[in-house]
Design a protein around this ligand. Structure first.
Ligand code: GLC
Ligand code: GLC
Length: 649
């Protein structure tokens, strides 16, 4: 166990000596050896190593410090990082340098994200390149391509079971195509995001196949047990994530042994108590970064460390490991950023967010509470969350979204809800009923996901448009889509559009006819691109055009309004339970007051509430002047982005 700076310095010397003795010049992707460049590679790497080594050791020490082979482990990790740095292209190194001087680039008002499946949206990776003009038309500057690495045929959890991090799913293309997509997007000013699925691999990954046949080296990459003794002990305290797929956290292998599978039985959890697993995954991470990927979506972060007697979620070692991965990135792929996917209690979600852990994070609380407000027509919980849980530390940002490829889980804090006299358990039941259309008068057409009668837990699936009533042509459906996205686009952080939503794509009920998908209702909201809707996006009067027009307008306004950039927000109390409002922008600059009516009835904000405002303001969305002197009345689901000039605010 390392305890002081002196020991860390000694270790640094040992690591640098080892590195000097073991490094050889290497050509980067497709180029020959350039000795001058190699000398420069060494210099720049060494500089970063010196800078980040103490942090790296502090993190790794928390997990592996007691091991007798700690030094050897760190030596091989740093060597692997150097090899990867040598292979990083000059273009990416130039980007590393620029991004270092603009650490908040991802929170600019220019940033607008989209996410899609490569096959469903574009056919294959080349098809993604062909879609770049569309991405630009929409205003995207960030594109998350859903899992695209090699995975089992048939069931693969939508690609979240990776069989090789160095090969693309052959149906989508080859690894060179991915590098080409990254380069083409970069040239178009669009950053590329892909998943780093590092909690588990598929059972078809080389490591898993070796583990299965008893290779001890790879058996240690997973949690494999000869009988139920250890699994029973863990199962006593862990949560079931996919209870429809299997009970508990383990799956039985054909040979009778048990393997840890938090998700599906073909997704084997990696054993990070083995440092070789960390080194191996760090190499995979750097390989992906060197393809030109800007941001890694860190999948299932909550689950990567297990400890007997706990729920095995959000443990301190999980954080140390992610920070260690982050430090490896700072050393060998400096512009790479992490986005956390922690769909857990809001107190736990924020623990992953910091400039030295995950700079970005999904905002599952805002997402869930948007849907909550739509169902209840009340903004209380959403307003409370924005007030207490929205503002983040410097150099970090939320990724705000309305829908994604996963289910909607009601991840608000019961304690928060209790302050309004809301019982978390029964309220979640109401929300589930409402969104699967078992509640009288509901406009929603969702589908239950992982309904667990034993615990009463359930989540819901469904496309945005179907959840807001477009399927049955509810008169307010388009307004509801615009309302939800207006919050994602204006509340601070990086907005993310689930592609398809921008033209009002509906649920796809066909998934039940596919044996590999039928048992996972999330496929209801993973439709193939609806070509006819996209074709109608400028055809006045169509649903597609109405939704597209509203979203496109909001994106344009966002990108032209610096006050909507950045991350900080201040809640404005409207004293109307149906109207949410918040300030964006800084005190001495132009500010924007966002007002959103979450009900289908006209709602007013009284004159005395608005007394400090100038009496005439401009709504940036409609371009119209709004008289606020005698109060403001918003029509059903109306949104206003009121521009408040500096001298008057
Ligand atoms: C994440 C993904 C989800 C997947 C799971 C396992 O939660 O978003 O789709 O099933 O991880 O990889
Ligand atoms: C886990 C993930 C969450 C995902 C779910 C899959 O809870 O953390 O993101 O929604 O699994 O349904």
């Amino acid at each position: 166990m390392l305890t002081n700076d002196q020991q860390i310095n000694l270790m640094l010397t040992q690591v640098r000596t080892h590195l000097a003795q073991n490094t050889q010049p290497i050509g980067f992707f497709g180029h020959g050896i350039d000795f001058l460049a190699q000398a420069e590679a060494w210099r720049s790497f060494d500089e970063r190593l010196l800078h980040h080594f103490p942090a790296l050791i502090r993190e790794l020490n928390q997990v592996y410090g007691e091991r007798s082979d700690f030094l050897e482990f760190v030596q091989s990790l740093v060597l692997a990082a150097y090899v990867s740095w040598q292979q990083r292209s000059p273009l990416l190194k130039a980007q590393d340098a620029t991004r270092e001087t603009t650490p908040d680039w991802f929170a600019s008002e220019q940033m607008v994200g989209g996410v899609c499946y490569v096959d469903l949206f574009a056919g294959n990776l080349q098809g993604v390149v062909a879609q770049i003009p569309y991405f630009k038309e929409l205003g995207l500057t960030y594109l998350h391509l859903m899992p695209l690495f090699k995975c089992p045929e048939g069931q693969s959890d939508g690609g979240y079971a990776v069989s090789s991090y160095r090969e693309v799913n052959p149906q989508l293309g080859a690894i060179e195509d991915l590098a080409a997509v990254a380069a083409a997007l970069k040239a178009a000013g669009i950053t590329l995001v892909v998943d780093f699925i590092f909690n588990h691999t598929s059972n078809e990954h080389f490591w898993a196949r070796e583990a299965l046949v008893g290779n001890p080296l790879y058996q240690d990459f997973y949690y494999i047990y000869p009988n139920r003794t250890v699994p029973d002990a863990f199962d006593a305290t862990v949560r079931e994530i996919f209870p429809d797929q299997h009970a508990g956290a383990f799956s039985q292998l054909d040979d009778g042994r048990w393997v840890w599978t938090t998700f599906n039985s073909f997704q084997w959890d990696l054993n990070y108590s083995n440092p070789a697993t960390f080194t191996a995954m760090a190499q995979e991470m750097l390989f992906i970064a060197n393809l030109g990927v800007d941001i890694l979506r860190m999948d299932a972060v909550a689950f990567i460390w297990k400890k007997l007697g706990t729920d095995c979620e959000n443990l301190p070692e999980a954080h140390a490991l992610i920070r260690a991965f982050n430090t490896v990135a700072r050393i060998a792929a400096p512009s790479l950023l992490f986005k956390s996917e922690a769909i857990v209690h809001p107190d736990k979600v924020v623990e992953y967010i910091s400039s030295d852990e995950c700079q970005l994070s999904y905002n599952p609380l805002q997402m869930a509470l948007l849907w909550n407000s739509l169902a209840t027509r009340e903004v209380n919980l959403l307003e409370q969350a924005l007030e207490r849980r929205h503002n983040l530390p410097a150099h970090t940002a939320w990724v705000n979204y309305v829908r994604c490829h996963d289910d909607i889980g009601w991840t608000f804090a019961d304690e928060d809800a209790a302050e309004f006299g809301i019982n978390g358990f029964s309220h979640r039941q109401f929300l589930n009923q409402f969104y699967v259309n078992r509640f009288e008068g509901s406009f929603a057409r969702g589908v239950p996901f992982q309904d667990n009668p034993q615990t009463g837990d359930c989540r819901i699936s469904g496309m945005c448009a179907s959840l807001v009533g477009l399927e049955q042509q509810d008169a307010y459906a388009v307004d509801r889509i615009a309302l939800l996205y207006s919050v994602a686009l204006s509340s601070g952080g990086l907005p993310l559009i689930y592609l398809g939503d921008e033209v009002g794509t509906l649920n796809d009920y066909d998934y039940v006819n596919d044996a590999h998908k039928a048992s996972d209702s999330r496929w209801v909201h993973r439709p193939r691109v609806d070509v006819s809707r996209y074709a109608q996006r400028y055809e006045a009067g169509t649903d597609a055009a109405m939704v597209f027009g509203r979203l496109r307008r909001m994106i344009q306004v966002r990108q032209g309004t610096p006050a909507l950039g950045g991350t900080q927000l201040t809640v404005f109390h409207t004293h109307n339970p149906h109207v949410l409002a918040y300030w964006r922008g800084v005190e001495d600059g132009e500010r924007v007051l966002v007002l959103c009516n979450f009900s289908e009835f006209a709602q007013s904000v009284a004159a005395e509430t608005l007394i400090a405002l100038p009496s005439l303001l401009v709504d940036l969305l409609s371009g119209q002047s709004v008289l606020v002197g005698s109060g403001v009345t918003l029509s059903a689901y109306q949104v206003l982005w009121l521009s408040v000039p500096p001298q008057l605010s």
